[in-house]
Design a protein around this ligand. Sequence first.
Ligand SMILES: [Zn+2]
Length: 130
Amino acid sequence: MKYSMREMSPREISALQVGKTMDSVLPITFPSGFVLTGFTAHCAQCAREFEGSELRADHQWLNGSTLSIVAVANCSECDVVTVTNRRIKSDEGGTRVEFYQQNGEWASVPFVDKKKKKGVLAWLKAIWKK
Ligand SMILES: [Zn+2]
C-alpha cells in the first residue's frame, strides 16, 4: 500500500483502518432537513470514481449545521491511498460543500445532487428522442 500526496493524519489513518464503509454511513440527515444520500470521491492516481463500498468514512459534526467527512480509500487498481476531506454545511441559506485544498484553505461551492442531475439529463434525452 502506497500513500498518495502526503502523510496521513491520525483521523485519516483511523478512518482507513476502522472506519465504516460510506455505504453503511449514508444516508445522513441534517437538522435543516437536507439528506445526504451520496458521496463522490476519485482516486488521486488513476482518477477512477470509488464505489461507496470502497470508501472508509469518519464523519463528525462540527456544529449543528456542518458535517466533516473524511473518506479514505485504498484503490484496488493502483494500490494508492486517497484521502478526501469535505465539509458539508446545510442551513436556511442552502447546502454547500467545502473542499480542503492543497494550499490549506477551504473552498466552498453549492451542493449539486448528482443523482438529480442525471435524472434531469435522462429526462432531457427522453424529450429529445420524441
Ligand atoms: Zn487508482
